[in-house]
Design a binder for this molecule. Structure first.
Ligand code: UDP
Ligand code: MG
Length: 310
């Protein structure tokens, strides 16, 4: 029997890009030896995304639509797509054609060879700009230092998993604060990478602001590493050593000049100590926020309507 490839596409205000995405992707999918389903997840778009998707789903049975009740974020959209997918292989892609669909045949080939996880690694990302590129490589370097889990640098939200790997993701990785790319790289199973050149966005604009990216990076580091939590111990040791040095200096200057060093030293030390203290309290606070989110166990996404899903 023919195998099926599920292509999951998260869409947030992508009305301008979708028609081109569909045309280009479907024409490539049709040539594959596998059957396919195109699962579009409408992540609470405010523009005409849903009506474009509805139109596509009416003319093509293989186009499936899951529409969220509000914006839940790119990660939630990818998870929903995985949940609804029925294929023997699942590919996650962006709707803006930055992830070139011409790599799909190569992905299918790797799946046929028996790989369960296929990481698509960016060699060049022209449209992101130098800041995003530098920030991204710094982020991967930092998380690889902090976490036991090793991340593929320049891995993107463009990846493919086998049905077997998808089942693990669906059943066992239901965290609320999450980093899907991280899980994908760490479920084990035979794994491979394909290099690709990111294209520029076909239409519309990037939905990831710098602020969103920073929040995302902080949460990811905390989800995959407990090291920041232990910062208090190191800071305590550092402050203790500093205290001893100050004590020796004070006694020494008292013995020499007859007066202990004064006001300025106290202010400097206090500012420093409080800065360290607040930083650590903040870090602990963030971990508690993550714990709280998991404890509340709210849904990762809420589906309002679906098309062509039976
Ligand atoms: N996206 C989403 N929900 C969001 C933000 C983005 O589903 O809240 C989708 C978006 O439609 C696109 C993909 O995630 O298909 C990647 O977003 P974008 O292209 O804006 O990010 P960039 O490529 O600039 O990092
Ligand atoms: Mg993009």
């Amino acid at each position: 029997m023919k195998k099926t490839l599920s292509v999951v596409v998260s869409c947030y205000n992508e009305e301008l890009a979708l028609d081109r995405f569909y045309e280009e992707t479907a024409s490539i999918l049709k040539k594959l030896s596998w059957k396919y389903e195109l699962i579009f997840v409408n992540d609470g778009s405010q523009d005409q995304t849903l009506s474009v998707l509805t139109r596509l789903s009416q003319s093509d049975e293989r186009v499936k639509v899951i529409s969220f009740s509000r914006n839940f974020g790119h990660e939630a959209a990818m998870i929903a797509g995985l949940d609804y997918s029925q294929g023997d292989g699942i590919v996650c892609m962006d709707a803006d054609l930055q992830h070139p669909p011409e790599y799909l045949p190569e992905i299918v080939k790797k799946l046929e060879e028996g790989f369960d996880v296929i990481n698509m690694v960016r060699t060049r990302n022209e449209s992101a700009g130098w800041f995003k590129n530098i920030a991204s490589s710094a982020f991967y370097r930092l998380i690889n230092v902090l976490s036991d889990v090793k991340f593929e640098p320049n891995a993107s939200d463009f990846f493919a998993v086998s049905g077997k790997a998808a089942k693990v993701l669906k059943d066992n990785y239901r965290e609320k604060v999450r980093f899907l790319r991280g899980y994908v790289q760490n479920i084990g199973y035979p794994r491979t990478t394909i290099e690709y050149e990111a294209r520029t966005r076909v239409a519309g604009e990037s939905k990831y602001s710098i602020k969103k990216l920073i929040a995302f990076s902080v949460n990811t580091i905390m989800c995959f590493s407990n090291l920041p939590l232990k910062l208090g111990i190191y800071a305590g040791c550092g402050a203790g050593i500093l205290g001893i040095i100050m004590m020796i200096y004070t006694i020494w200057s008292w013995a020499r000049v007859g007066t202990p060093s004064g006001y300025a030293t106290i202010i400097v030390l206090m500012c420093f100590m409080f800065a360290v203290l607040f930083l650590i309290v903040g870090i602990i606070g963030n971990y508690i926020a993550i714990l709280f989110a998991e404890l509340k166990d709210r849904p990762i996404y809420i589906v309002e309507e679906t098309k062509n899903i039976h």
